[in-house]
Design a protein around this ligand. Structure first.
Ligand code: SPV
Ligand code: MN
Length: 616
Protein backbone atom coordinates (compact mmCIF):
# COMPACT_ATOMS: atom_id res chain seq x y z
CA UNK A 1 0.00 0.00 0.00
CA UNK A 2 1.20 3.46 -0.96
CA UNK A 3 1.27 6.31 1.50
CA UNK A 4 -0.43 9.54 0.41
CA UNK A 5 1.80 12.48 -0.43
CA UNK A 6 0.94 14.21 2.84
CA UNK A 7 1.83 11.14 4.87
CA UNK A 8 4.96 10.62 2.86
CA UNK A 9 6.02 14.16 3.62
CA UNK A 10 5.35 13.77 7.33
CA UNK A 11 7.46 10.66 7.35
CA UNK A 12 10.30 12.27 5.43
CA UNK A 13 10.47 15.16 7.86
CA UNK A 14 11.29 12.72 10.64
CA UNK A 15 14.22 11.46 8.64
CA UNK A 16 14.32 8.28 10.68
CA UNK A 17 14.99 4.94 9.04
CA UNK A 18 13.83 2.98 12.03
CA UNK A 19 10.45 4.72 12.00
CA UNK A 20 10.11 3.96 8.30
CA UNK A 21 11.12 0.35 8.77
CA UNK A 22 8.64 -0.20 11.61
CA UNK A 23 5.83 1.47 9.69
CA UNK A 24 6.48 -0.69 6.66
CA UNK A 25 6.58 -3.79 8.82
CA UNK A 26 3.27 -2.85 10.49
CA UNK A 27 1.56 -2.08 7.18
CA UNK A 28 2.73 -5.33 5.58
CA UNK A 29 1.58 -7.27 8.62
CA UNK A 30 -1.73 -5.64 9.52
CA UNK A 31 -2.82 -4.71 5.97
CA UNK A 32 -4.85 -1.58 6.75
CA UNK A 33 -7.10 0.06 4.17
CA UNK A 34 -5.81 3.47 5.05
CA UNK A 35 -2.83 4.89 6.95
CA UNK A 36 -2.77 8.27 8.71
CA UNK A 37 0.37 9.67 10.21
CA UNK A 38 -0.62 12.12 12.90
CA UNK A 39 1.70 14.97 13.81
CA UNK A 40 1.45 17.43 16.71
CA UNK A 41 -0.72 19.95 14.83
CA UNK A 42 -4.10 20.95 16.19
CA UNK A 43 -5.59 19.85 12.88
CA UNK A 44 -4.27 16.29 13.18
CA UNK A 45 -5.23 15.96 16.83
CA UNK A 46 -8.74 17.12 15.98
CA UNK A 47 -8.88 14.55 13.20
CA UNK A 48 -8.30 11.76 15.74
CA UNK A 49 -10.82 13.19 18.20
CA UNK A 50 -13.47 13.30 15.50
CA UNK A 51 -12.57 9.90 14.15
CA UNK A 52 -13.28 8.38 17.56
CA UNK A 53 -16.84 9.69 17.24
CA UNK A 54 -17.22 8.81 13.57
CA UNK A 55 -16.06 5.24 14.13
CA UNK A 56 -18.47 4.90 17.05
CA UNK A 57 -15.68 3.89 19.46
CA UNK A 58 -16.76 6.93 21.44
CA UNK A 59 -20.22 8.44 21.69
CA UNK A 60 -20.94 12.04 22.53
CA UNK A 61 -22.59 12.78 25.85
CA UNK A 62 -24.82 15.69 26.63
CA UNK A 63 -22.09 17.88 28.08
CA UNK A 64 -19.74 19.61 25.68
CA UNK A 65 -16.53 17.69 25.00
CA UNK A 66 -17.59 14.63 27.01
CA UNK A 67 -17.64 11.23 25.35
CA UNK A 68 -18.13 7.66 26.49
CA UNK A 69 -16.28 4.57 25.38
CA UNK A 70 -17.18 0.96 26.17
CA UNK A 71 -14.75 -1.90 26.36
CA UNK A 72 -16.06 -5.41 25.79
CA UNK A 73 -17.87 -7.21 28.59
CA UNK A 74 -14.82 -9.35 29.26
CA UNK A 75 -12.26 -6.62 28.59
CA UNK A 76 -12.76 -4.44 31.64
CA UNK A 77 -9.35 -4.58 33.29
CA UNK A 78 -5.74 -5.57 32.78
CA UNK A 79 -5.33 -9.14 31.58
CA UNK A 80 -2.35 -10.38 33.57
CA UNK A 81 -2.61 -13.93 32.35
CA UNK A 82 -2.15 -13.01 28.71
CA UNK A 83 0.44 -10.30 29.26
CA UNK A 84 3.83 -11.92 28.77
CA UNK A 85 7.46 -11.09 28.23
CA UNK A 86 9.07 -12.65 25.19
CA UNK A 87 12.27 -14.23 26.43
CA UNK A 88 15.19 -16.11 24.98
CA UNK A 89 17.07 -18.80 26.86
CA UNK A 90 19.63 -16.46 28.38
CA UNK A 91 17.05 -14.31 30.15
CA UNK A 92 15.65 -15.53 33.45
CA UNK A 93 13.21 -13.06 34.98
CA UNK A 94 12.69 -15.24 38.02
CA UNK A 95 9.60 -16.26 39.88
CA UNK A 96 6.08 -15.28 39.00
CA UNK A 97 6.89 -13.13 35.99
CA UNK A 98 4.81 -14.31 33.07
CA UNK A 99 7.00 -15.19 30.09
CA UNK A 100 6.85 -17.04 26.79
CA UNK A 101 9.59 -18.23 24.47
CA UNK A 102 10.34 -15.32 22.15
CA UNK A 103 9.99 -17.16 18.84
CA UNK A 104 6.86 -18.98 19.91
CA UNK A 105 5.27 -15.80 21.26
CA UNK A 106 6.14 -13.75 18.19
CA UNK A 107 4.71 -16.43 15.93
CA UNK A 108 1.51 -16.46 17.89
CA UNK A 109 0.94 -12.73 18.23
CA UNK A 110 2.13 -11.75 14.76
CA UNK A 111 -0.25 -14.43 13.51
CA UNK A 112 -3.13 -12.70 15.30
CA UNK A 113 -1.99 -9.30 13.99
CA UNK A 114 -1.76 -10.57 10.43
CA UNK A 115 -4.48 -8.82 8.45
CA UNK A 116 -5.97 -7.37 11.64
CA UNK A 117 -6.44 -3.91 10.07
CA UNK A 118 -8.21 -4.96 6.88
CA UNK A 119 -11.05 -2.50 6.25
CA UNK A 120 -9.65 -0.32 9.00
CA UNK A 121 -7.53 2.78 9.33
CA UNK A 122 -4.06 2.63 10.84
CA UNK A 123 -3.12 5.58 13.01
CA UNK A 124 0.56 6.33 13.48
CA UNK A 125 1.45 8.39 16.52
CA UNK A 126 4.50 9.90 18.20
CA UNK A 127 4.63 10.80 21.89
CA UNK A 128 7.00 11.81 24.64
CA UNK A 129 6.95 9.86 27.89
CA UNK A 130 7.71 12.73 30.26
CA UNK A 131 7.97 16.47 29.55
CA UNK A 132 9.05 17.45 26.04
CA UNK A 133 12.76 17.94 25.53
CA UNK A 134 13.61 16.73 29.04
CA UNK A 135 16.44 14.35 29.75
CA UNK A 136 14.08 12.27 31.89
CA UNK A 137 11.88 11.60 28.89
CA UNK A 138 11.65 8.75 26.43
CA UNK A 139 10.24 8.92 22.91
CA UNK A 140 7.58 6.43 21.88
CA UNK A 141 5.91 5.47 18.61
CA UNK A 142 2.42 3.99 18.67
CA UNK A 143 0.54 2.34 15.86
CA UNK A 144 -3.08 1.41 16.47
CA UNK A 145 -6.32 0.83 14.61
CA UNK A 146 -8.34 2.17 17.53
CA UNK A 147 -9.24 5.84 17.39
CA UNK A 148 -10.22 5.57 21.08
CA UNK A 149 -6.69 4.43 21.94
CA UNK A 150 -5.16 7.24 19.88
CA UNK A 151 -7.55 9.81 21.34
CA UNK A 152 -6.91 8.66 24.92
CA UNK A 153 -3.20 9.00 24.34
CA UNK A 154 -3.70 12.58 23.17
CA UNK A 155 -5.26 13.36 26.53
CA UNK A 156 -2.89 11.28 28.60
CA UNK A 157 0.50 11.98 26.98
CA UNK A 158 2.56 14.77 25.48
CA UNK A 159 2.75 14.98 21.72
CA UNK A 160 6.14 13.85 20.42
CA UNK A 161 6.28 14.23 16.64
CA UNK A 162 8.51 17.29 17.00
CA UNK A 163 10.71 15.47 19.55
CA UNK A 164 11.13 12.61 17.08
CA UNK A 165 12.62 15.05 14.59
CA UNK A 166 15.30 15.78 17.13
CA UNK A 167 16.24 12.14 17.47
CA UNK A 168 18.34 12.76 14.37
CA UNK A 169 17.61 9.34 13.01
CA UNK A 170 18.28 7.42 16.21
CA UNK A 171 16.36 4.17 16.56
CA UNK A 172 16.28 4.46 20.36
CA UNK A 173 12.58 4.73 21.08
CA UNK A 174 9.83 2.46 22.31
CA UNK A 175 7.50 0.97 19.72
CA UNK A 176 3.93 -0.24 20.27
CA UNK A 177 1.70 -1.99 17.79
CA UNK A 178 -1.92 -2.48 18.78
CA UNK A 179 -4.98 -3.80 17.02
CA UNK A 180 -8.39 -4.14 18.61
CA UNK A 181 -8.81 -7.10 16.25
CA UNK A 182 -12.14 -8.22 14.85
CA UNK A 183 -14.94 -6.04 16.18
CA UNK A 184 -18.52 -6.90 16.99
CA UNK A 185 -20.69 -3.97 18.06
CA UNK A 186 -17.48 -1.96 18.09
CA UNK A 187 -15.78 -4.08 20.74
CA UNK A 188 -13.01 -6.65 20.39
CA UNK A 189 -14.73 -9.94 19.58
CA UNK A 190 -11.94 -12.51 19.86
CA UNK A 191 -11.24 -12.16 23.56
CA UNK A 192 -9.90 -15.71 23.74
CA UNK A 193 -7.11 -14.49 21.46
CA UNK A 194 -6.33 -11.40 23.51
CA UNK A 195 -2.54 -11.17 23.83
CA UNK A 196 -0.10 -8.54 25.06
CA UNK A 197 3.51 -9.55 24.39
CA UNK A 198 6.46 -7.48 25.42
CA UNK A 199 9.72 -7.80 23.55
CA UNK A 200 12.45 -6.68 25.92
CA UNK A 201 15.13 -7.35 23.37
CA UNK A 202 13.82 -4.71 20.99
CA UNK A 203 11.83 -2.40 23.30
CA UNK A 204 8.67 -3.24 21.38
CA UNK A 205 5.21 -4.34 22.49
CA UNK A 206 2.48 -6.06 20.50
CA UNK A 207 -1.09 -6.03 21.73
CA UNK A 208 -4.14 -7.52 20.02
CA UNK A 209 -7.84 -8.26 20.50
CA UNK A 210 -8.42 -5.79 23.29
CA UNK A 211 -9.40 -2.18 23.95
CA UNK A 212 -9.21 -1.61 27.74
CA UNK A 213 -6.49 1.04 28.14
CA UNK A 214 -4.29 -0.97 30.52
CA UNK A 215 -4.04 -3.60 27.77
CA UNK A 216 -4.18 -1.46 24.64
CA UNK A 217 -2.43 1.86 25.24
CA UNK A 218 1.24 1.29 24.54
CA UNK A 219 2.21 4.36 26.44
CA UNK A 220 0.65 3.36 29.74
CA UNK A 221 1.57 0.12 31.43
CA UNK A 222 3.32 -1.39 28.42
CA UNK A 223 5.86 1.42 28.13
CA UNK A 224 6.14 1.37 31.90
CA UNK A 225 7.37 -2.22 31.80
CA UNK A 226 10.01 -1.36 29.21
CA UNK A 227 11.00 1.71 31.24
CA UNK A 228 11.56 -0.29 34.44
CA UNK A 229 14.10 -2.42 32.65
CA UNK A 230 15.83 0.58 31.14
CA UNK A 231 15.85 2.34 34.52
CA UNK A 232 17.45 -0.62 36.27
CA UNK A 233 20.13 -0.85 33.57
CA UNK A 234 20.87 2.86 33.77
CA UNK A 235 20.54 3.42 37.53
CA UNK A 236 17.35 5.47 37.85
CA UNK A 237 13.80 4.59 38.94
CA UNK A 238 10.61 4.05 36.93
CA UNK A 239 7.83 3.74 39.48
CA UNK A 240 4.10 3.13 39.89
CA UNK A 241 3.78 6.41 41.78
CA UNK A 242 1.89 9.63 42.06
CA UNK A 243 3.78 12.89 42.55
CA UNK A 244 2.19 15.49 44.77
CA UNK A 245 3.09 18.86 46.25
CA UNK A 246 2.20 19.04 49.93
CA UNK A 247 1.64 22.51 51.31
CA UNK A 248 3.25 22.94 54.69
CA UNK A 249 3.39 25.97 56.99
CA UNK A 250 3.77 29.36 55.28
CA UNK A 251 4.43 28.94 51.59
CA UNK A 252 6.55 25.82 51.96
CA UNK A 253 5.82 23.13 49.41
CA UNK A 254 7.27 19.64 49.74
CA UNK A 255 7.01 17.02 47.03
CA UNK A 256 6.18 13.42 47.77
CA UNK A 257 5.89 10.41 45.54
CA UNK A 258 3.59 7.56 46.48
CA UNK A 259 3.41 3.95 45.29
CA UNK A 260 0.16 2.02 45.75
CA UNK A 261 -1.21 -1.00 43.92
CA UNK A 262 -4.06 -0.16 41.54
CA UNK A 263 -7.26 0.73 43.36
CA UNK A 264 -5.62 1.33 46.76
CA UNK A 265 -5.72 5.09 47.19
CA UNK A 266 -2.98 6.38 44.90
CA UNK A 267 -5.06 8.92 43.01
CA UNK A 268 -7.04 9.93 46.07
CA UNK A 269 -3.81 10.68 47.96
CA UNK A 270 -2.55 12.78 45.07
CA UNK A 271 -5.89 14.59 45.11
CA UNK A 272 -6.11 15.50 48.79
CA UNK A 273 -7.71 18.95 49.04
CA UNK A 274 -5.28 21.75 49.82
CA UNK A 275 -2.35 20.17 47.99
CA UNK A 276 -1.32 19.97 44.36
CA UNK A 277 -0.91 17.18 41.85
CA UNK A 278 1.95 16.59 39.43
CA UNK A 279 0.93 13.08 38.43
CA UNK A 280 -1.18 10.14 39.58
CA UNK A 281 0.26 6.95 38.11
CA UNK A 282 3.81 6.75 36.76
CA UNK A 283 6.96 8.63 37.75
CA UNK A 284 10.52 8.60 36.47
CA UNK A 285 13.05 9.58 39.13
CA UNK A 286 16.66 10.57 38.67
CA UNK A 287 19.44 11.97 40.78
CA UNK A 288 20.24 15.54 39.82
CA UNK A 289 22.99 17.20 41.80
CA UNK A 290 22.37 16.30 45.43
CA UNK A 291 18.70 15.62 44.99
CA UNK A 292 16.24 13.07 43.75
CA UNK A 293 13.94 14.63 41.18
CA UNK A 294 10.82 13.22 39.58
CA UNK A 295 8.72 13.86 36.49
CA UNK A 296 5.25 12.67 35.64
CA UNK A 297 5.57 10.42 32.62
CA UNK A 298 1.99 11.25 31.71
CA UNK A 299 0.03 14.38 31.01
CA UNK A 300 -3.32 13.10 32.18
CA UNK A 301 -5.07 10.66 34.46
CA UNK A 302 -6.90 7.42 33.67
CA UNK A 303 -8.57 7.19 37.03
CA UNK A 304 -11.06 4.89 38.71
CA UNK A 305 -14.39 6.68 38.75
CA UNK A 306 -16.10 4.49 41.33
CA UNK A 307 -16.80 6.37 44.56
CA UNK A 308 -15.89 9.77 43.10
CA UNK A 309 -18.45 11.96 44.82
CA UNK A 310 -18.76 15.69 45.43
CA UNK A 311 -17.97 15.39 49.11
CA UNK A 312 -14.83 13.25 49.19
CA UNK A 313 -13.43 14.14 45.76
CA UNK A 314 -14.72 17.62 45.02
CA UNK A 315 -12.00 18.52 42.54
CA UNK A 316 -12.31 15.44 40.33
CA UNK A 317 -16.09 15.55 40.60
CA UNK A 318 -16.10 19.12 39.44
CA UNK A 319 -13.78 18.31 36.55
CA UNK A 320 -16.01 15.42 35.51
CA UNK A 321 -19.17 17.46 35.57
CA UNK A 322 -18.09 20.58 33.65
CA UNK A 323 -17.49 21.03 29.90
CA UNK A 324 -14.06 19.91 28.66
CA UNK A 325 -12.52 17.17 26.54
CA UNK A 326 -12.80 13.95 28.54
CA UNK A 327 -13.63 10.29 28.05
CA UNK A 328 -15.71 8.19 30.40
CA UNK A 329 -15.31 4.46 30.06
CA UNK A 330 -17.62 1.68 31.17
CA UNK A 331 -20.04 3.91 33.07
CA UNK A 332 -23.84 3.78 32.68
CA UNK A 333 -25.32 6.22 30.18
CA UNK A 334 -28.89 7.36 30.42
CA UNK A 335 -30.30 10.26 28.43
CA UNK A 336 -26.80 11.46 27.50
CA UNK A 337 -25.58 11.55 31.08
CA UNK A 338 -22.94 9.32 32.73
CA UNK A 339 -23.52 7.47 36.01
CA UNK A 340 -21.14 5.43 38.11
CA UNK A 341 -21.11 3.43 41.33
CA UNK A 342 -20.77 5.51 44.47
CA UNK A 343 -21.27 8.88 42.78
CA UNK A 344 -23.41 10.15 45.60
CA UNK A 345 -26.68 10.21 43.68
CA UNK A 346 -29.31 7.80 42.48
CA UNK A 347 -28.45 5.75 39.44
CA UNK A 348 -31.19 5.21 36.83
CA UNK A 349 -32.62 1.72 36.49
CA UNK A 350 -31.82 1.48 32.82
CA UNK A 351 -29.47 2.74 30.17
CA UNK A 352 -26.49 1.63 28.11
CA UNK A 353 -23.49 0.11 29.85
CA UNK A 354 -20.58 -2.26 29.23
CA UNK A 355 -23.08 -5.07 28.61
CA UNK A 356 -25.06 -3.10 25.99
CA UNK A 357 -28.66 -2.22 26.73
CA UNK A 358 -29.01 -2.59 30.46
CA UNK A 359 -31.80 -2.57 33.02
CA UNK A 360 -31.79 -3.35 36.70
CA UNK A 361 -31.66 -7.11 37.28
CA UNK A 362 -30.01 -7.98 33.94
CA UNK A 363 -27.80 -11.04 34.25
CA UNK A 364 -24.91 -12.29 32.12
CA UNK A 365 -24.49 -15.72 30.56
CA UNK A 366 -23.18 -17.07 33.84
CA UNK A 367 -26.29 -15.85 35.66
CA UNK A 368 -24.39 -13.04 37.46
CA UNK A 369 -26.22 -9.81 37.96
CA UNK A 370 -24.67 -7.04 35.89
CA UNK A 371 -24.06 -3.84 37.88
CA UNK A 372 -25.07 -0.52 36.29
CA UNK A 373 -21.44 0.50 35.81
CA UNK A 374 -18.28 -1.57 36.08
CA UNK A 375 -16.28 -1.31 39.32
CA UNK A 376 -13.22 -0.49 37.24
CA UNK A 377 -15.03 2.15 35.15
CA UNK A 378 -12.70 5.07 34.47
CA UNK A 379 -12.30 8.66 33.37
CA UNK A 380 -9.60 10.06 31.09
CA UNK A 381 -8.68 13.69 31.72
CA UNK A 382 -5.74 16.05 31.44
CA UNK A 383 -3.86 16.88 34.65
CA UNK A 384 -4.01 20.54 33.64
CA UNK A 385 -7.82 20.34 33.82
CA UNK A 386 -7.63 19.79 37.56
CA UNK A 387 -7.92 22.87 39.69
CA UNK A 388 -5.12 21.55 41.94
CA UNK A 389 -2.69 20.96 39.07
CA UNK A 390 0.80 21.80 40.36
CA UNK A 391 2.56 24.77 38.80
CA UNK A 392 5.63 22.62 38.10
CA UNK A 393 3.82 19.63 36.61
CA UNK A 394 5.41 20.05 33.20
CA UNK A 395 8.88 21.21 34.25
CA UNK A 396 11.68 19.61 32.26
CA UNK A 397 13.82 18.93 35.31
CA UNK A 398 10.90 17.71 37.41
CA UNK A 399 10.38 18.41 41.09
CA UNK A 400 12.62 17.69 44.06
CA UNK A 401 11.39 14.68 46.03
CA UNK A 402 11.68 14.80 49.83
CA UNK A 403 9.51 11.84 50.75
CA UNK A 404 8.46 8.55 49.21
CA UNK A 405 5.32 6.79 50.37
CA UNK A 406 4.42 3.12 50.01
CA UNK A 407 0.95 1.84 50.75
CA UNK A 408 -1.18 -1.24 50.29
CA UNK A 409 -4.62 -2.56 51.12
CA UNK A 410 -3.94 -4.24 54.42
CA UNK A 411 -6.84 -4.89 56.73
CA UNK A 412 -5.02 -6.39 59.70
CA UNK A 413 -1.38 -5.43 60.11
CA UNK A 414 0.26 -2.19 59.02
CA UNK A 415 -0.21 1.02 60.95
CA UNK A 416 -1.75 4.02 59.13
CA UNK A 417 1.56 5.86 58.84
CA UNK A 418 5.17 5.28 59.87
CA UNK A 419 8.55 6.58 58.80
CA UNK A 420 11.04 3.82 58.09
CA UNK A 421 14.30 3.74 60.02
CA UNK A 422 16.68 4.32 57.11
CA UNK A 423 16.86 4.13 53.31
CA UNK A 424 17.81 0.48 53.58
CA UNK A 425 14.96 -0.30 56.01
CA UNK A 426 12.64 1.70 53.77
CA UNK A 427 13.60 -0.30 50.70
CA UNK A 428 13.11 -3.48 52.72
CA UNK A 429 9.65 -2.39 53.91
CA UNK A 430 8.64 -1.31 50.41
CA UNK A 431 9.86 -4.64 49.05
CA UNK A 432 7.71 -6.34 51.70
CA UNK A 433 4.51 -4.53 50.77
CA UNK A 434 1.45 -6.74 50.70
CA UNK A 435 -1.95 -5.80 49.36
CA UNK A 436 -5.35 -7.30 48.73
CA UNK A 437 -6.18 -7.58 45.02
CA UNK A 438 -8.75 -5.24 43.42
CA UNK A 439 -10.87 -4.99 40.27
CA UNK A 440 -8.07 -3.28 38.33
CA UNK A 441 -7.05 -6.69 36.99
CA UNK A 442 -9.15 -9.62 35.82
CA UNK A 443 -7.92 -11.88 38.66
CA UNK A 444 -9.78 -12.84 41.79
CA UNK A 445 -10.36 -9.91 44.16
CA UNK A 446 -9.60 -9.56 47.85
CA UNK A 447 -6.61 -11.90 47.99
CA UNK A 448 -3.57 -10.83 49.96
CA UNK A 449 -0.56 -10.69 47.68
CA UNK A 450 3.05 -9.74 48.08
CA UNK A 451 3.45 -6.64 45.91
CA UNK A 452 6.95 -5.13 46.17
CA UNK A 453 6.90 -1.36 45.69
CA UNK A 454 3.31 -1.79 44.37
CA UNK A 455 5.06 -2.72 41.18
CA UNK A 456 4.62 -6.47 40.99
CA UNK A 457 2.37 -6.37 37.94
CA UNK A 458 4.92 -4.43 35.94
CA UNK A 459 8.31 -5.86 36.90
CA UNK A 460 10.40 -6.64 33.85
CA UNK A 461 13.64 -7.52 35.61
CA UNK A 462 14.42 -10.12 38.28
CA UNK A 463 13.20 -8.75 41.58
CA UNK A 464 16.71 -8.88 43.07
CA UNK A 465 18.01 -6.55 40.32
CA UNK A 466 15.10 -4.23 40.95
CA UNK A 467 15.73 -4.07 44.70
CA UNK A 468 19.50 -3.72 44.25
CA UNK A 469 18.94 -0.77 41.96
CA UNK A 470 16.67 0.85 44.54
CA UNK A 471 19.24 0.51 47.28
CA UNK A 472 22.04 1.87 45.15
CA UNK A 473 19.88 4.72 43.91
CA UNK A 474 19.34 5.96 47.45
CA UNK A 475 22.96 5.50 48.35
CA UNK A 476 23.99 7.66 45.40
CA UNK A 477 21.70 10.51 46.40
CA UNK A 478 23.32 12.95 48.82
CA UNK A 479 19.91 14.12 49.89
CA UNK A 480 17.89 10.94 50.39
CA UNK A 481 14.12 11.23 50.47
CA UNK A 482 12.59 9.78 53.65
CA UNK A 483 10.63 6.60 53.09
CA UNK A 484 7.20 6.20 54.70
CA UNK A 485 4.67 3.39 54.81
CA UNK A 486 0.95 4.06 54.93
CA UNK A 487 -2.18 1.93 55.15
CA UNK A 488 -5.69 3.35 54.74
CA UNK A 489 -7.44 0.03 55.11
CA UNK A 490 -6.74 -1.14 58.65
CA UNK A 491 -9.81 -2.65 60.29
CA UNK A 492 -11.01 -3.19 63.80
CA UNK A 493 -10.48 -6.94 64.29
CA UNK A 494 -13.63 -7.21 66.39
CA UNK A 495 -16.25 -5.70 64.12
CA UNK A 496 -14.43 -5.40 60.79
CA UNK A 497 -15.02 -1.64 60.55
CA UNK A 498 -12.37 0.55 58.97
CA UNK A 499 -10.41 2.36 61.65
CA UNK A 500 -9.87 5.49 59.57
CA UNK A 501 -12.03 7.94 57.72
CA UNK A 502 -11.42 8.80 54.07
CA UNK A 503 -9.89 12.16 54.87
CA UNK A 504 -7.47 10.96 57.56
CA UNK A 505 -4.83 10.53 54.89
CA UNK A 506 -4.59 14.30 54.77
CA UNK A 507 -3.31 14.26 58.34
CA UNK A 508 -0.77 11.54 57.62
CA UNK A 509 0.49 13.61 54.71
CA UNK A 510 0.84 16.73 56.82
CA UNK A 511 2.63 14.75 59.51
CA UNK A 512 5.05 13.34 56.92
CA UNK A 513 5.66 16.84 55.62
CA UNK A 514 6.63 17.98 59.09
CA UNK A 515 8.83 14.93 59.64
CA UNK A 516 10.75 15.61 56.46
CA UNK A 517 11.58 19.05 57.81
CA UNK A 518 12.41 17.78 61.28
CA UNK A 519 9.55 19.71 62.87
CA UNK A 520 7.98 16.88 64.84
CA UNK A 521 9.57 14.19 66.93
CA UNK A 522 8.51 10.58 66.54
CA UNK A 523 8.34 7.38 68.57
CA UNK A 524 10.83 4.74 67.61
CA UNK A 525 8.92 1.46 67.23
CA UNK A 526 10.02 -1.94 65.93
CA UNK A 527 8.62 -1.17 62.48
CA UNK A 528 9.64 2.48 62.16
CA UNK A 529 8.94 5.92 63.62
CA UNK A 530 5.37 6.54 64.70
CA UNK A 531 3.64 9.89 65.21
CA UNK A 532 3.09 11.20 68.73
CA UNK A 533 -0.57 11.43 69.73
CA UNK A 534 -0.33 15.14 70.50
CA UNK A 535 1.03 16.01 67.06
CA UNK A 536 -1.78 14.13 65.34
CA UNK A 537 -4.40 15.60 67.63
CA UNK A 538 -3.29 19.11 66.74
CA UNK A 539 -3.36 18.35 63.04
CA UNK A 540 -6.81 16.73 63.23
CA UNK A 541 -8.18 19.75 65.07
CA UNK A 542 -6.60 22.29 62.79
CA UNK A 543 -7.11 20.68 59.38
CA UNK A 544 -10.18 18.49 59.78
CA UNK A 545 -11.75 20.32 62.67
CA UNK A 546 -12.14 17.01 64.40
CA UNK A 547 -11.48 15.71 67.85
CA UNK A 548 -8.95 12.88 67.62
CA UNK A 549 -9.32 10.61 70.62
CA UNK A 550 -6.66 8.63 72.44
CA UNK A 551 -8.77 5.56 71.79
CA UNK A 552 -8.63 6.07 68.01
CA UNK A 553 -4.89 6.60 68.23
CA UNK A 554 -4.38 3.42 70.23
CA UNK A 555 -6.59 1.35 67.91
CA UNK A 556 -4.82 2.64 64.83
CA UNK A 557 -1.21 2.78 65.94
CA UNK A 558 -0.79 -0.19 68.25
CA UNK A 559 1.77 -2.58 66.85
CA UNK A 560 0.02 -5.86 66.18
CA UNK A 561 3.10 -7.93 66.87
CA UNK A 562 1.75 -11.34 65.88
CA UNK A 563 0.34 -10.05 62.63
CA UNK A 564 3.60 -8.31 61.80
CA UNK A 565 5.56 -11.45 62.61
CA UNK A 566 3.25 -13.47 60.37
CA UNK A 567 3.71 -10.93 57.63
CA UNK A 568 7.49 -11.18 57.81
CA UNK A 569 7.30 -14.97 57.90
CA UNK A 570 5.38 -14.81 54.63
CA UNK A 571 7.91 -12.35 53.26
CA UNK A 572 10.75 -14.61 54.32
CA UNK A 573 9.10 -17.50 52.48
CA UNK A 574 9.05 -15.45 49.31
CA UNK A 575 12.55 -14.04 49.58
CA UNK A 576 14.36 -17.14 50.74
CA UNK A 577 13.98 -18.58 47.24
CA UNK A 578 15.21 -15.50 45.46
CA UNK A 579 18.90 -15.44 44.55
CA UNK A 580 21.14 -12.37 44.46
CA UNK A 581 19.25 -10.17 46.87
CA UNK A 582 21.31 -7.33 48.30
CA UNK A 583 23.70 -8.37 51.09
CA UNK A 584 21.97 -6.38 53.75
CA UNK A 585 18.50 -7.59 52.84
CA UNK A 586 18.58 -10.68 54.98
CA UNK A 587 20.00 -8.54 57.75
CA UNK A 588 17.10 -6.09 57.47
CA UNK A 589 14.66 -8.99 57.62
CA UNK A 590 16.38 -10.61 60.61
CA UNK A 591 16.67 -7.32 62.44
CA UNK A 592 13.04 -6.57 61.74
CA UNK A 593 11.91 -9.88 63.20
CA UNK A 594 14.28 -9.49 66.13
CA UNK A 595 12.93 -6.04 67.01
CA UNK A 596 9.38 -7.37 66.96
CA UNK A 597 10.22 -10.35 69.16
CA UNK A 598 12.15 -8.24 71.62
CA UNK A 599 9.25 -5.84 71.93
CA UNK A 600 6.84 -8.72 72.49
CA UNK A 601 9.05 -9.97 75.28
CA UNK A 602 9.69 -6.58 76.82
CA UNK A 603 6.03 -5.59 76.97
CA UNK A 604 4.70 -9.16 77.41
CA UNK A 605 1.96 -8.29 75.03
CA UNK A 606 1.02 -9.15 71.47
CA UNK A 607 -0.32 -5.71 70.82
CA UNK A 608 1.72 -2.74 71.96
CA UNK A 609 0.22 0.66 72.25
CA UNK A 610 2.35 3.57 71.08
CA UNK A 611 2.00 5.13 74.54
CA UNK A 612 3.93 2.22 75.97
CA UNK A 613 6.48 2.51 73.22
CA UNK A 614 7.33 6.05 74.07
CA UNK A 615 10.23 4.66 76.03
CA UNK A 616 11.16 1.95 73.55
C1 SPV B 1 -3.72 0.54 37.00
O1 SPV B 1 -4.45 -0.45 36.94
O2 SPV B 1 -2.73 0.59 37.73
C2 SPV B 1 -4.02 1.71 36.18
C3 SPV B 1 -4.93 1.56 35.08
O3 SPV B 1 -3.43 2.73 36.39
S1 SPV B 1 -4.26 0.60 33.83
O4 SPV B 1 -2.93 0.20 34.20
O5 SPV B 1 -4.22 1.41 32.62
O6 SPV B 1 -5.10 -0.54 33.66
MN1 MN C 1 -1.67 2.34 37.68
Amino acid sequence: MELSTINQRKLEKLNNEKVEELLEFAIDLCKPDKVSIIDDSEEDIKYVRELALESGEEKPLEMEGHTVHFDGYQDQARDKENTKYLVEEDLDLGLDINTIDREEGLDEILGYLDGSMQNKEMLVRFFSLGPNKSDFSLPAMQITDSSYVAHSEDILYRQGYEDFKELEGSGKFFFFLHSAGRLENRVSADIDKRRIYIDLKKDQVFSVNNQYAGNSLGLKKLAFRLAIRKAVKEGWLAEHMFISGVNGPGDRKTYFTGAFPSGCGKTSTAMIPGHSIVGDDIAYMKIKGKDVRAVNVENGAFGIIRDIDPEDDPIIYNTLTTPRELIFSNVLVNDGKPYWLGMGKDIPEKGINFSGKWSQGKTDEGGNEIPPAHKNARYTIRISDLENCDENYDKKDGVKVDGMIFGGRDSDTSVPVAETLSWSHGVFMASSLESETTSATLDKQGERKHNPMANLDFLSVPISDYINNYLEFGQKAKHQPSIFTVNYFLKNPENGDYLNGMLDKKIWLLWMEKRVHGEVKAIKSPIGYLPYYEDLRKLFTRYLNRDYTELSYVEQFSIRIENYLNKFRRINNVFKNIPNLPDNFEEELNEQIKRLKEARKKYSDSEITPFKLTNY
